[in-house]
Design a protein around this ligand. Sequence first.
Ligand code: CUA
Length: 335
Amino acid sequence: MKHFIVVGVLVIIVAALVSMGLGSIQLMPTQASAQAVPIDNLFGMHVKVISFLFSLIVVFLVYSIVVFRRKKGEEGDGDHFEGHTGLEIAWTIAPLATVLYFSYLGAQALAETRRADPQAMQVNVIGSQWSWRFEYPELGIVSDELRLPANRQVLLKLSSIDVIHSFWVPEFRVKQDALPGANMVKELRITPTLIGDYKVRCAELCGLQHAYMESPVIVMEPAGFDAWVIRQTALPTDPVDRGALWAKQFGCVACHSTDGATIVGPTWQGLSGKQETLTDGTTVTVDADFLHTAIVSPDAQVPQGFAPGIMPKNFGDTLSAEQINDIIAYIESLK
Ligand code: CUA
């Protein structure tokens, strides 16, 4: 009995020390959303239970090794035990009850992160290889960065035009896959609480540039957000400037550089007017017609050194005829 009291006290002390130690290191990134609060609380409780379990096992183990080690001159066998029904019932029921309790807490936290605010602002998030596009249907804005006013819930409707991507801003904690397919739109609710600059990362392996599929997420004062909305809804009058805007918003520049570097597709710098050799051996001069075909049916004429099947084939549907002309004007301006 004396041993159990000593071990019991040691378990409590070690558990408290481990729990304090783990609590003092920054295990999580900054907490920047209302949904992060229940998740972090749950995580904190797990850390406490983990500390207790660790200490329960390690203290018993080390105590037994030290106190019950074979002393000098001791040659006989140790005492023989035939099992203990009470102990076995206890160590079956206690973990079962703990796990059940945590599944209840988990369900509660999940419900909390999904609680809907009818005033939520909708943003459609469209993933594609390898960029994010953010559409604000109520505001008529399309953007390559996600700007959000602080302390207002946003309802993200996630989809993908090609493969599975995953929307993840670690500071908001919650995460959701973006799936291809018309009926596969997924929802995610976030209430940003901390003004600052974050980043959305793609958390699902989606091809060559997966690791670089990041976009800025900016949480702003509501007044600053309103000013941004006004700036965004005024379109430039020069087609070249508009083309540059579409190229950014629709993710073209994730694969086509404008400075001569090759990312995934041909660079746009000096492309217009260039003599291009295609994979079928023919040589063509890049003009507006060529660029138009390259945008709406990219596999029809693939330049040598590049692979077909990489560029999305639906830009003829997602871009209007004016937008395509603007993008061509922009490419032609990149000498
Ligand atoms: Cu998109 Cu990884």
